[in-house]
Write a protein that binds this ligand. Structure first.
Ligand code: ZN
Length: 84
């Protein structure tokens, strides 16, 4: 069982790796090797609708809570290299 991280805290931390397991979003942040499970700071649930995309040249994850609809974006630690 991994430690929870609240959505409001996760939005400030660069993400190194992520995966969805049983509807829960597992995150590894750049500063720590441990898995964290994203938890909603609105309704306390851990189920998310996740979409990866590029936002202003950076990789990002758009997340939306299944329970209360709270939404945010998480950013990846690595900035993708420009296409040459
Ligand atoms: Zn929620």
């Amino acid at each position: 069982m991994s430690i929870d991280v609240l959505l409001g805290d996760a939005a400030n931390l660069p993400v190194r790796a992520w995966r969805v397991a049983e509807g829960e979003l597992r995150l590894q942040f750049a500063e720590s090797a441990e898995d964290r499970t994203l938890r909603c700071d609105g309704c306390e649930r851990r189920h998310w609708i996740v979409q990866s995309h590029v936002h202003e040249g950076r990789g990002a994850l758009a997340v939306r809570c299944h329970g209360c609809g709270r939404a945010s974006e998480l950013f990846f630690a690595e900035v993708p290299a420009p296409w040459r």
